[in-house]
Design a protein around this ligand. Structure first.
Ligand SMILES: Cc1ncc(COP(=O)(O)O)c(C=O)c1O
Length: 396
């Protein structure tokens, strides 16, 4: 018997970091361990009630159960265009410049098929969201991993990348507010990147999944607020984090028609549109922005404050982030992040993401998510402090 042979391209995919955690959690819970999961960016909070009403109503209409196709629900496109105008002051055509997505991850990963091929380079921040390298590797491209470190305030500095690599680059992925480092990007930095991408003809993929999860008066921009960005950029948005709708799989991309239509064409061959009842709920979510989002952000801000206080008290040095649902916490004394995360899970039942799960460039850190109550986050911090102390005692 010969097992069907996998493609070499497939073999380039690394293990997915969150893949084994659900099983591990079940084993621990079965042993009676009180598990606190601060791993995935997947909050325990409810979506807007209006979104739930909208999907329930839509589910009673036969027309909603048919294929959405690329067009989808016209009102979803129109509501997105209106929201982009109101929130960022940018104007996009609902039909030619907006692409509804089955979660922004789907679009981010698929887009690489249009712009990456063998011999072309994708510039991927490391640590970074795994869909960037995933899409680029599946498209047969070469991945250039740029290490995001405090040295550059966790910004990708294109001028540090060898010229020959930049000239072969098809895509640069940027994500600010950033997962996992929680860094934000100043507008003069964004202007520099846009200018360089225009010079070199590189597609700038701007992942704005955390644009609405910001604190202390900080208002993250759209890349399209930067002059010239329309020539080279595509921006991804998601309902997942803003509206606690991760499981609904709903997002969109926005770009000039030439770029948007490339993604649409790929999707024609890989899916047949988002469930239209979910798109109807997307309309309701966007329309409840004013009534829902500020209170939801305040909940995350209270969790952030609790997390920063508790992890500092437990012996960790951490900055208070101005956006996202993450703390990116340095590990003292060269403790390997995977060892720390494994021991924290085994000995104390706390799930965190080791920095190395986001690529070698993430080593030396671990990430926690604000996905449970301040009290549970504080309890997790105490447990993390105990594990850190016991590792330090063993090394001493
Ligand atoms: C940086 C970043 N981009 C995109 C996504 C994907 O979001 P969606 O649920 O819309 O696929 C995530 C989810 O964790 C993320 O962290």
């Amino acid at each position: 018997m010969h097992l069907p042979r996998l493609a070499a391209r497939f073999e380039t995919l690394p293990e997915y970091p969150l893949a084994t955690i659900p099983q591990k959690k079940r084993e621990l819970a079965a042993r009676g361990v009180d598990v606190i999961d601060l791993g995935a960016g997947d909050a325990d909070l409810a979506p807007p009630p209006k979104a739930i009403e909208a999907i329930a109503n839509a589910a009673h209409q036969a027309s909603m159960h048919r294929y959405g196709f690329g067009l989808g629900l016209v009102s979803f496109r129109e509501t997105i265009a209106a929201w982009m105008r109101k929130r960022f002051g940018v104007e996009f055509d609902a039909f030619t410049e907006i692409v509804p997505l089955i979660g922004s991850k789907e679009g981010i990963a698929h887009l690489a098929f249009a712009y990456i091929e063998p011999g072309r380079v994708a510039i991927v921040p490391e640590p970074g969201y795994n869909a960037y390298q995933g899409g680029a590797l599946l498209a047969g491209g070469e991945v250039y991993r740029y290490a995001l470190r405090l040295r550059t305030n966790f910004l990708v500095e294109l001028d540090e990348i060898p010229d020959g690599t930049l000239r072969r680059a098809g895509i640069v992925y940027l994500n600010y507010p950033n997962n996992p480092t929680a860094a934000i990007a100043p507008t003069d930095y964004l202007a520099r990147v846009v200018a360089r991408c225009r010079e070199l003809g590189i597609l700038l993929v701007y992942d704005n999944a955390y644009s609405e999860l910001a604190f202390d008066g900080y208002v993250p921009p759209s890349i399209f607020e930067i002059d010239g960005a329309r020539d080279v950029a595509i921006e991804f948005h998601s309902l997942s984090k803003t509206y606690n709708m991760t499981g609904w799989r709903c997002g969109w991309a926005v770009a000039r028609p030439e770029i948007a239509s490339a993604l649409t064409r790929i999707k024609m061959f890989t899916d047949t549109g988002q469930f239209m009842a979910v798109q109807a709920a997307g309309v309701a979510a966007l329309e409840s922005y004013e009534t829902f989002v500020p209170a939801n952000v305040a909940t995350f801000q209270a969790r952030r404050d609790a997390a920063v206080t508790a992890f500092r008290a437990a012996g960790f040095a951490c900055e208070s982030p101005r956006a996202t649902m993450y703390l990116w916490i340095p590990l003292p004394g060269e403790v390997p992040s995977a060892l720390f995360a494994d021991r924290l899970l085994e000995e104390e039942g706390v799930v965190v993401m080791p920095g190395s799960a986001f690529g070698a460039g993430g080593e030396g850190f671990f990430r926690i998510s604000f996905v449970t109550s301040p009290e549970r986050i504080a309890e997790a911090a105490r447990r993390a402090g105990r594990v850190l102390a016991s590792i330090a005692a063993e090394v001493a």
